[in-house]
Design a protein around this ligand. Structure first.
Ligand code: SF4
Length: 295
């Protein structure tokens, strides 16, 4: 069995950076003040198990935060208001927001100040999207499905408003779907005589992984996608692979169930491709490759 691993498998630059910053600061942290993390450092259970070993407690709200506690902001970033609330509690902000996400924050913030209406192409329940929306007064229109795009395009055509529009994307969205949405919104804006500015904020790590997922899915008999089930970018890779190759499994860890699925997937396969989400550690990929060698 030939195993072909995507060149860009493993942590993306932003996740690697966040993990290394947290490891460097907190792995051997001696101070008594508690350290919290707002959500998961990445959407990967194995990585979170490592983080918990460093006595970092995951929280969903700031309710329990007191003076001199530390609150880690994850690579997904948070709203402007969240950072303000941590500081108002006199706690310490340890910010690992990915620079690509911070760039989107600055972009929407700047254009909102210039009175643009902001449109975010992304999942409204995703942490990154909620964070971005929090940098433009929580007033952005958030779309991701074709229906949502159509509805918004109709509103643009029928609206009496003439404010210019800015379109950005969640950094891990599907490039092809973003382009389709942009085309529809541009058409609507032009017919309504409104200015529309498009800033493609899908990050390079995402575009490379998506292109590789297509390529690997075409060239191999079967494909294994490795990554957390809550990871948005892993889901995109899985969808891309599934559209091209019918023999695809998505595993978040190499447990008995995953092994069973892999065995079934690989019957009569001569080649298997491996792609991984941006939050999948290399050790998860190595473990799967080692298992494939035993088959
Ligand atoms: S996927 Fe891109 S934007 Fe998201 S953390 Fe990684 S490098 Fe940053």
């Amino acid at each position: 069995m030939k195993v072909n691993i995507a060149k860009n498998a493993g942590f993306c630059g932003g996740v690697k950076r966040a993990f290394m910053l947290v490891e460097k600061k907190f792995k051997n942290y001696k101070k008594k003040n508690p350290v919290f993390i707002l959500g998961s450092l990445v959407h990967n259970e194995n990585v979170m198990a490592v983080v918990e070993k460093w006595r970092i407690k995951k929280i969903k709200t700031l309710r329990s935060i007191k003076k001199s506690d530390t609150v880690i902001i994850t690579a997904h970033g948070v709203s402007k208001q969240r950072i303000k609330s941590i500081k108002e509690r006199e706690a310490i902000v340890f910010d690992t927001t990915c620079p690509n996400v911070s760039r989107v924050h600055r972009c929407v913030c700047g254009y909102a100040e210039k009175r643009f209406e902001i449109i975010i192409f992304g999942d409204k329940k995703h942490k990154e999207v909620m964070g971005i929306n929090g940098w433009c007064g929580k007033n952005a229109k958030i779309i991701v499905t074709k229906n949502e795009t159509k509805k918004l395009a109709r509103q643009i055509v029928n609206s009496k408003r003439q404010r210019p529009l800015l379109v950005v994307s969640q950094t891990t969205q599907n490039i092809a779907l973003f382009s389709e949405a942009v085309a529809a919104l541009k058409k609507a804006a032009h017919s309504a005589g409104r200015t529309i500015k498009i800033v493609d904020t899908i990050c390079r790590a995402t575009s490379l992984r998506q292109a590789e997922a297509s390529c690997i899915s075409m060239k191999n008999d079967a494909v294994i996608v490795i990554g957390g089930k809550k990871s948005a970018n892993t889901r995109q890779l899985w969808k891309i692979a599934r559209n091209i190759n019918k023999r695809v499994v998505w595993i978040d860890e190499l447990n008995d169930r995953a092994k069973k699925e892999i065995k079934y997937l690989l019957r009569e396969a001569d080649t298997v491709g491996i792609v991984s989400g941006a939050s999948t550690p290399k050790w998860d990929i190595d473990e799967t490759v080692a298992y494939l060698k035993t088959l």
